[in-house]
Design a protein around this ligand. Structure first.
Ligand SMILES: Cc1ncc(COP(=O)(O)O)c(C=O)c1O
Length: 343
């Protein structure tokens, strides 16, 4: 990684659009190759859930409709800087959309592998951005396996493995703390699959703590779907060999049975004094409705975090709790139309 200075608010460039106000802390060699649509600096709004005050970070309001643009703008900027002309990526849909969009902007050829059952709107996005889309039958793990052969000969612009992606997602932590007046929340609630949002947030928070900008680390509250909760089970100390096979879940973005950075995610949650929560499909549907009645159309994966937020607020005395809303509802319109309650 290119060296960056220690975090200091004086080095923020407020006149630059979006998350690029934090350009000084993003490890890129120069500005000539930045691939950006002015993304980031998403709203942090005060809200209320089950009679408790809370905050929502509206990261579904990115150009491609998910927080993955944080990582894609950083990673594809680096790819362009390195002079790479062709990349391959595997995804449950949103990271693939983001990588495809930023590659389109940069004029880089892009191939994206996704599970065949991915939401149609995400497939349409990837195709329209001009990527070569490959549907892989079977689970998300089958897609992760299939990409490895292609990554032998093509640059692997992986959101899960590539450290530049986490350097982009770390800006969510900067933004939340700055929007709270340079204060760390008591807890940050996030949906977790491969942990690219959680691990990025942990990097950003660690930098702010180390620089003395915030006084404590927020508890990281990692939310998984009960139907596919390998890390929540490991966190609870349940033996891996007893792991039930994952069941289908509406939360396709976090249906990750074998997270590639599982150990790092568990460590980050433990270090923060945080916890894991699991949410049932009914809770997730309820959260979709609650969010929509407040004008927030979110996809089921994002609703998982809101269902987790409800659980957390019911048991914790924390007064400043932020949940990240990670994906736009229009990305999963088919699933929303299928909800029993709307028929
Ligand atoms: C909307 C949404 N939220 C959260 C996540 C979880 O991200 P991660 O796999 O980085 O933990 C994803 C991943 O695809 C997603 O699409």
């Amino acid at each position: 990684l290119v060296d960056t200075p220690r975090f200091h608010p004086d080095n923020i460039a407020p006149a630059r659009p979006g998350l690029w106000r934090y350009r000084a802390f993003l490890p890129l060699a120069d500005d000539a190759h930045l691939v950006s649509m002015g993304e980031g600096w998403t709203p942090l709004i005060a809200s209320e859930l089950a009679g408790r005050r809370c905050w929502l970070k509206l990261d579904h309001l990115f150009p491609t409709g998910s927080y993955k643009d944080r990582g894609a703008t950083a990673l594809i900027s680096r790819v362009r800087e390195l002079g790479i002309r062709r990349v391959v990526e595997d995804s449950s849909g949103n990271a693939g959309s983001a990588i495809a969009a930023y590659c389109a902007l940069a004029g880089i050829r892009c191939r994206v592998l996704v599970p065949a059952h991915t939401s149609p709107a995400k497939l349409a996005q990837i195709r329209l951005y001009g990527a070569d889309l490959q549907l892989v039958p079977g689970s998300r793990e089958a897609t992760a396996q299939a990409v490895l052969a292609e990554a032998q000969s093509t640059y692997y612009a992986s959101h899960s493995w590539n450290p530049l992606f986490l350097q982009g997602t770390k800006t969510v932590a900067y933004e939340v703390c700055e929007q709270l007046g340079w204060r760390a929340p008591d807890a940050l609630v996030l949906p977790v699959g491969n942990g690219t949002l959680l691990l990025g947030a942990a990097i950003g928070l660690g930098e702010l703590l180390e620089a003395g900008v915030i006084a404590h680390l927020p508890r990281l509250v990692a939310v998984q779907a009960a139907a596919c909760a390998p890390l929540a089970r490991r966190f609870a100390g349940q033996a891996e060999e007893n792991d039930a096979a994952p069941e289908p879940t509406l939360a396709e973005g976090i249906a990750i049975a074998e997270p590639v950075r599982g150990g790092q995610i568990l460590e980050a949650v433990r270090r923060s004094g945080g916890t894991f929560l699991t949410v049932a499909e009914d809770e997730l549907k309820q959260a979709l409705h609650t969010a929509a009645r407040r004008g927030l159309l979110v996809e089921p994966t994002a609703a998982a975090a809101l269902a987790g937020l409800r659980q957390y607020l019911a048991t914790s005395d924390d007064t400043c709790v932020v949940a990240v809303v990670t994906g736009h509802g229009l990305k999963a319109a088919d699933k929303l139309l299928d909800l029993e309650e709307l028929r």
